[in-house]
Design a protein around this ligand. Structure first.
Ligand code: ADP
Length: 453
C-alpha cells in the first residue's frame, strides 16, 4: 500500500483508563475520529469524555463489558469504526478477537492472530524464539505432564527450577522448586493455579535464575519483512513478578550489547513477518540474555522508550496496521538520555491493599522532561472493579543522574488525596543507594519490602 493510502477514518478503543487516553491522543494527532467504549461503572471516565463518540458495552464486570467481544463488535458496527486498538490487558492478546474483527472487515491494531497465538503459548513461543536464533532460558523441551517427568527434568537441568504455566501471564501460576523434595508440591500447586487462572493446567519447567535482571527489548515490524528494535527497558524492580518501576536504557547494558541483542531480535521479527509492536523479554544474568516470553501488544512501560527515542509507538502501530511503512529506519533510531517510569497504583504503599474511592485533590507534576499518563481527575471516583494502576509518571533527563533528581522533585509535587497510592514507595526508592547505583535484580524490591520500616 502506498503512503497515499489513508490511515483509518475511525478507531474504536477497546480499553479504559490511562491506556485508552494514551491511544486517543495518538488518534487525535493523526486526525482520526475516536470511539470510546465503557462499562456502566465508567460513565464518568476521561476517555469517554474526550472521545468523539462513546458506546456503553455492559455492566461493570470486565467479562460482561471490556471482554465482551459481541458487544465491542456491535459498537464498531453502530459507529462505523474500521479499526480497533486493544491497548494492553483485556482483549489485547486474544487471537480470536483479532480473527473475529478481521472477519467483519474491522482492522485489529496489532499483530496477526497467528502470531498472537504462537506467542501466547509460552512453550510454542520459546520454540519459535530458539528457531529464530534468540537465546532462551534452559528448560523442558515442551509441556511436562507428571511428577516423574518433572523430577527427571529437574535432575537434568539442576535445581532450583521454576514450574510455569504454558498459558501464564501476570506472574501467576509460577512455583519454585529448590530441591527434588519440593518438586511434587511445586508442580501440583503450579498446575492448580494455572487451571484456576487460565483454564489450562499445562506447565513447563525452566532453570530458576538466581539473581537476574529483567531486560526487555522493544520491537516493531511492518509485516513485510521489515523489523527494527528500539532498545531495551530494565524492569527488574518487581513485586510478585509484576513491574513497579521501569527504566531505559538499562543501567547495565552498554551500546555494543544493545546493538547486538537488538540486532538479533529485530532480525527475528523480520523473519517472522511480524506486524506491529512487540516486546521480547529476557532474564539477564552473568552477561547472558535468556528469553522468557514475547508480548504481542503495547506494554504499560512503553513511554520510557518513547522518551529516549522520540518515537510515538502508538502512531507507528496505527501506521503499520493500515499497511503503511514505519516512519523511520533502524539507522534513524537514536537513544537520547535516560527515562524512568513509576507505576502509580491506588494501593496502600506498604500493604498493597487496593484503595479505590474518590480523589479529593489531584495535582500532577509538570515541567521539563515530566510526563504523566493518567485518566484520573479531581473528584473522580476510582471504581473497584479493575486494575489498580491509576497513572504513570515518566521522567526524562539527559543523564540517569539528572533523571533521578527530576523524578525526586516530580514525586514531591505529585498530590493525590482521598485515596492511598504507591507514590510514597517511589519517594523511598528514588533516594535509595542501590537504586542510585543501578544495582538491583528481580528480587531486590521484595527483599527491601520485607525489611522492617
Ligand atoms: P508473566 O507472563 O506471568 O509475566 P514471565 O515469564 O514474563 O511471566 O515472568 C515474569 C517474571 O517472573 C520475570 O520478570 C521474572 O521476575 C520471573 N521469572 C520468570 N521466569 C524466571 C526464571 N526462569 N528464573 C527466575 N525468575 C523468573
Amino acid at each position: 500500500m502506498s503512503e497515499a493510502t489513508p490511515l483509518f477514518d475511525k478507531i474504536l478503543i477497546a480499553n479504559r483508563g490511562e491506556i485508552a487516553l494514551r491511544v486517543l491522543r495518538a488518534c487525535k494527532e493523526l486526525g482520526i475520529a475516536t470511539v470510546a467504549v465503557h462499562s456502566t461503572a465508567d460513565e464518568d471516565a476521561m476517555h469517554v469524555r474526550l472521545a468523539d463518540e462513546s458506546v456503553c458495552i455492559g455492566p461493570p464486570p470486565a467479562r460482561d463489558s471490556y471482554l465482551n467481544i459481541p458487544q465491542i463488535l456491535a459498537a464498531c458496527e453502530i459507529t462505523g469504526a474500521n479499526a480497533v486498538h486493544p491497548g494492553y490487558g483485556f482483549l489485547s492478546e486474544n487471537a480470536r478477537f483479532a480473527e473475529i474483527l478481521e472477519a467483519h472487515n474491522v482492522a485489529f491494531i496489532g499483530p496477526s492472530a497467528e502470531h498472537i497465538r504462537i506467542m501466547g503459548d509460552k512453550i510454542e513461543a520459546k520454540r519459535t524464539a530458539q528457531r529464530l536464533g534468540i537465546p532462551v532460558v534452559p528448560g523442558s523441551e515442551g509441556g511436562v505432564s507428571n511428577e516423574i517427568e518433572a523430577r527427571k527434568i529437574g535432575a537434568d537441568i539442576g535445581y532450583p527450577v521454576l514450574i510455569k504455566a504454558t498459558a501464564g501471564g501476570g506472574g501467576r501460576g509460577m512455583k519454585v522448586a529448590r530441591t527434588p523434595d519440593e518438586m511434587a508440591e511445586a508442580f501440583n500447586t503450579a498446575r492448580q493455579e494455572a487451571r484456576a487462572a487460565f483454564g489450562n493446567d499445562e506447565v513447563y519447567i525452566e532453570k530458576y535464575l538466581d539473581k537476574p535482571r529483567h531486560i526487555e527489548v522493544q520491537v516493531i515490524g511492518d509485516g513485510k519483512g521489515g523489523g527494527v528494535h528500539l532498545g531495551e527497558r530494565d524492569c527488574s524492580l518487581q513485586r510478585r513478578h509484576q513491574k513497579v518501576w521501569e527504566e531505559a536504557p538499562s543501567p547495565v547494558i552498554d551500546a555494543a550489547t544493545r546493538a547486538e541483542i537488538g540486532g538479533v531480535v529485530a532480525r527475528a521479527i523480520a523473519d517472522m513477518g511480524y506486524s506491529g509492536a512487540g516486546t521480547i523479554e529476557f532474564l539477564y544474568e552473568n552477561g547472558a540474555f535468556n528469553f522468557i516470553e514475547m508480548n504481542t501488544r503495547l506494554q504499560v512501560e512503553h513511554p520510557v522508550t518513547e522518551a529516549i527515542t522520540g518515537i510515538d509507538l502508538v502512531i507507528e502501530q496505527i501506521r503499520v496496521a493500515a499497511g503503511h511503512k514505519l516512519s523511520f529506519t533502524q539507522d534513524e533510531v537514536t537513544f537520547d538520555g535516560h527515562a524512568i517510569e513509576c507505576r502509580i497504583n491506588a494501593e496502600d504503599p506498604r500493604t498493597f491493599a487496593a484503595s479505590p474511592g474518590r480523589i479529593a485533590n489531584y495535582h500532577p507534576p509538570g515541567g521539563l522532561g515530566v510526563r504523566v499518563d493518567s485518566a484520573v481527575y479531581q473528584g473522580y471516583r476510582i471504581p473497584p472493579f479493575y486494575d489498580s494502576l491509576i497513572g504513570k509518571l515518566i521522567v526524562h533527563g539527559r543523564t540517569r543522574q539528572e533523571c533521578m533528581m527530576r523524578l525526586r522533585r516530580a514525586l514531591d509535587e505529585f498530590v493525590i488525596d482521598g485515596i492511598r497510592t504507591t507514590i510514597p514507595l517511589f519517594r523511598d526508592l528514588v533516594i535509595d543507594e542501590d537504586i542510585a547505583a543501578g544495582q538491583y535484580d528481580i528480587h531486590w524490591l521484595e527483599k527491601k519490602l520485607s525489611e522492617p520500616a
